[in-house]
Design a protein around this ligand. Sequence first.
Ligand code: ADP
Length: 403
Amino acid sequence: MNILVINAGSSSLKYQLFDMQNESVLAKGKVERIGMDSAILSHEPEDKPEVREVSEILDHTNAIRRVLDMLVHKDHGVIQGMSDIHAVGHRVVHGGESFAESVIVTQEVKLEIKKLFDLAPLHNPAHMMGIQAVDTNLPEVPQVVVFDTAFHQTMPAASYLYPIPKLLYNKHKIRRYGFHGTSHMYVSRRAAAVLGQAMEDLKMVTCHIGNGASLCAVNHGKSFDTSMGMTPLEGLMMGTRSGDIDPAIVPYTMAQAELSMSEINSMLNKHSGLLAISGLSSDMREIVDAVREGDKNATLAFNMYEYRLRKYIGAYAAGMNGLDVLVFTAGVGENSAFLRKSVCEQLTVLGVELDTERNESSSREDRIISSDASRVKVLVIPTNEELVIARDTYQLIKQSPAK
Ligand code: ADP
């Protein structure tokens, strides 16, 4: 069975076509600048050269059409025809409290996702455009939606409620939802498999650190707490996002600096974090290079980033009353030995001991980087959210073949 995985954004769309017989990726790529006359389609077929096309792609329906044309193209294609696409799986950022697991797309599911537009105004409408574009182009093909929030639906109320008037939760659904759930679930399961232990026996903290970053306390296989909240702004300091700040800063700054609601929103989401403190970049590679050259602002930015991350790990170890496994994943977590070293060197109190050589290895494989004597096992697990989406889609479609 071949499954097309789609991650639709407002002006971009990423895709991967999986052959589920061996979970291989037949092709992957992305469409950028949807809505413009110079949209870019980059296509990477397995065992064939990469292709890049610039053309007018005005909407998601057209974008999907172009992707499908590319997948069956006589030179760049990887399948014979549309009937070789058996199902489509979509990433959806927000499932609210309605979705604790992946589901097959029906009219009711679409309505439910639309109800969640207010909670994820930048993401869910774009995902819906992706779903509708598949409806138009592949009307017979079943679709599945996989939610970033679903894994965190096991959080207890003590983790997910904010200490604010209950009406705000009851009436407006203001609570902590958490994100990156697909990644936290995948890497926690892989880590247990690498260690040859059952999830049920382990207390883990998984660190998904990319441009956006979140931690998850995975207690006996279930999300017990996570650092992102009602939106992906809460929690860790990130590339351009502030993470946790005193909420009173918002009205105070609006009054003092005469900022509007959208200006303060943009400040906290796009002009804060590493970028604001370093005055240099939101990219951890550039920050680490500057730290090595002795740049003071970059060093402060790095120290704040690392300290806030370490505080959360400590908080989750206390929250679960124990820590057996620490996992690093995503762009920074997988690639920055420098950050991992800085974090782990000051977690000896929890029983973390890094093996310097293992940490420095440039292997792309799942691997243990703690010393054999370390009480807490530390692992690097490259995340693979697309594979989880493909697997969930495969399982659901296998159980229910008719659309
Ligand atoms: P996203 O959150 O957009 O999915 P990724 O998980 O792909 O992001 O992470 C992207 C980030 O990973 C980049 O902004 C960069 O800071 C960081 N990164 C990638 N490679 C390295 C590296 N070798 N060292 C440090 N940081 C890296």
